[in-house]
Design a protein around this ligand. Structure first.
Ligand code: NAP
Length: 265
């Protein structure tokens, strides 16, 4: 017998949250959405989602709550509104990239009977839309397996906070790799080599994945969010190379809204 689709509340309809929420609506889940800027929900509401006026109203009747918010400040602000309204038995999946400290702060405030799964994702807006995200999960994902399967492939990382921790490791390796490609291209230019030659041959070596990300066209991961992820990492360990990358990422305000690939231009 087919299971009844779980009722989902989705909070945070930015570049990533909107296509993720759309996939869940498309899978037949009753969906209630909330976003700080309410108009971003219009298209989902036209397609059958309910819109809540507050985070508390969004989560009140949900079986599963999903948050996809910009940063720790956003996650904590929205948590203030939603936590008092969570029912026992609700599963809350936080897919934002906020680091393990924020996950621990949220976990400490959970009402009895509510579980939190940290499930940040690798993959950008293109893979959010196609349901091909890599989901890094801390905690027990079994009760929400159907929901997560609609969004991507789950990598179980361990207990609470481990998904958030591995996400910082993986994304910082990617950001550092893209920054290194940018610097290699600067060196190639200084040495009078054609940029295309340098890029093509870098892509034939061990940095091929970083070149792929640095030249991606279907992604929209703004430099400002990348800088946020580097700052989260640098608050956990001494990382002099990534600290230099952070300074480079934040040096030009015009780049902050651009996809990470802009750093090689
Ligand atoms: P985004 O487009 O900037 O969306 C951010 C969301 O957070 C929006 O819904 C925004 O609401 C909300 N928000 C920000 N500050 C808030 C506050 N103080 N109170 C309430 N809501 C607030 O970002 P995104 O690209 O979707 O990324 C979301 C998360 O996923 C980030 O942690 C990011 O690092 C991570 N991520 C992004 C990508 C990517 O390729 N973009 C890939 C993997 C992971 P408004 O609409 O009102 O501004």
């Amino acid at each position: 017998m087919k299971n009844t689709p779980q009722k989902i509340a989705f909070l945070g309809l930015g570049s990533m949250g909107l296509p993720m929420a759309r996939r869940l609506l498309g899978a037949g889940h009753p969906l209630t959405v909330w976003n700080r800027t309410a108009a971003k929900a219009d298209a989902l509401v036209s397609d059958g989602a309910a819109q809540a006026a507050t985070p508390a109203e969004a989560v009140r009747d949900a079986d599963v709550v999903i948050t996809m918010l910009a940063d720790p400040a956003a996650a904590l602000a929205v948590a203030d509104g939603l936590i008092p309204a969570l029912r026992p038995g609700t599963h809350w999946i936080d897919t934002s990239t906020v680091g393990p400290d924020t996950v621990a702060a949220l976990e400490a405030r959970l009402p009895d009977g509510v579980t939190l799964i940290d499930a940040p994702v690798m993959g950008s807006v293109d893979r959010a839309a196609s349901g091909e995200l890599l989901i890094l999960a801390g905690g027990d994902t079994a009760p929400v397996a159907d929901v997560l399967a609609r969004l991507g492939t789950v990598t179980p990382c361990g207990g609470p906070g481990t998904g958030a921790a591995l996400k910082l490791v993986l994304i910082n390796a990617v950001i550092g790799g893209v920054a290194l490609v940018a610097e290699a291209l600067t060196l190639a230019g200084a040495l009078g080599l054609p940029r295309e030659l340098a890029l093509r041959t870098l892509a034939e070596g061990p940095l091929s994945g970083a070149v792929g990300r640095a030249t991606a066209t279907g992604s929209h991961f703004p430099v400002a969010l990348a800088a946020k992820d580097v700052a989260l990492a640098a608050s956990s360990a001494k990382l002099p190379v990534l600290e230099a990358v952070h300074a480079a990422l934040t040096a030009d305000p015009a780049l902050l809204g651009e996809d990470l690939a802009a750093v090689i231009r």
